[in-house]
Design a protein around this ligand. Structure first.
Ligand SMILES: [Zn+2]
Length: 248
């Protein structure tokens, strides 16, 4: 899971922004190390049919729909032939990330226009829903949450003229009610922000994702992907191998 693909202004922004050169380096590293890229739809199809997902499979997703996804990520994804799904905040597309600007005015970023979304769609990028206003689903009443999930799907479908099959919970916040609404709204699967690998027993409305950040240089990135954890520290690798030895 990525957010912005642009050079972060500071360490705080690096939590959400990965520079274009690092993004390219990470994807190239995966290609060179025999990882294979699949679309979210291919992976969900395997899980639905309880089929094992091939080892070293990678699915790229980007949350929020920042303008830099078009300017910076799209050319790299096209060049490297990597499929990706971008989760859109339907009422804010063509505007700015108002949900973030409210708490920190310096974080004001422009989002994708519908024209850019259309252009990327034609080139094979897929899109999903991320609510209408990037709400904290667990903080709002059920009726508002229902509208945020269902109307987001409808809005994007009206704009793109195709079914929107995937949803991502903003901030990774959701409970059983929200997962059920997502299912009833007609989405086929939903992404959480819980880390880990996905397999035949994964709940497709709680898909796991790794949070890739702007300071995930080679070693950290490699450990995150290899061990399926957001903790890319060296300790993770030591713990992993220690557990393996204990299991023998
Ligand atoms: Zn988001």
């Amino acid at each position: 899971m990525y957010h912005m693909i642009s050079t972060p202004m500071d360490a705080e922004e690096a939590r959400l922004a990965c520079s274009p050169s690092l993004f390219r380096a990470q994807l190239s590293f995966l290609k060179e190390n025999n990882y294979n890229f699949f679309s979210l739809s291919e992976a969900v199809n395997w899980i639905e049919r309880k089929l094992p997902i091939p080892e070293r499979s990678i699915i790229v997703t980007l949350d929020d729909g920042y303008l830099d996804n078009y300017k910076n990520a799209f050319p790299i994804l096209s060049d490297l032939k990597v499929p990706a799904t971008i989760f859109l905040v339907s009422d804010y597309m063509g505007k700015t990330n108002e949900w973030m600007a409210r708490s920190s005015p310096n974080s004001n970023k422009t989002l994708l226009s519908w024209h850019q979304i259309h252009e990327m769609k034609k080139q094979g990028i897929s899109f999903g829903g991320h609510t209408k206003h990037h709400v904290r689903l667990t903080d709002i009443d059920e009726e508002t949450a229902f509208n945020e999930i269902t109307e987001c799907k409808q809005n994007i479908e009206d704009r793109l003229g195709e079914a929107i099959d995937f949803f991502a919970y903003p901030y990774g916040l959701f409970n059983t009610f929200h997962a059920n609404v997502v299912k009833e709204a007609g989405y086929i699967a939903a992404c959480s922000t819980n880390s880990g690998f996905n397999g035949p027993s994964t709940d497709i409305f709680k898909l796991r994702r790794l949070d890739i950040q702007g300071n995930d240089h080679k070693g950290r990135f490699k450990r995150k992907v290899e061990f399926g954890t957001n903790d890319g520290s060296i300790n993770t690798a030591i713990r992993y191998y220690a557990n393996r030895i204990l299991r023998i």
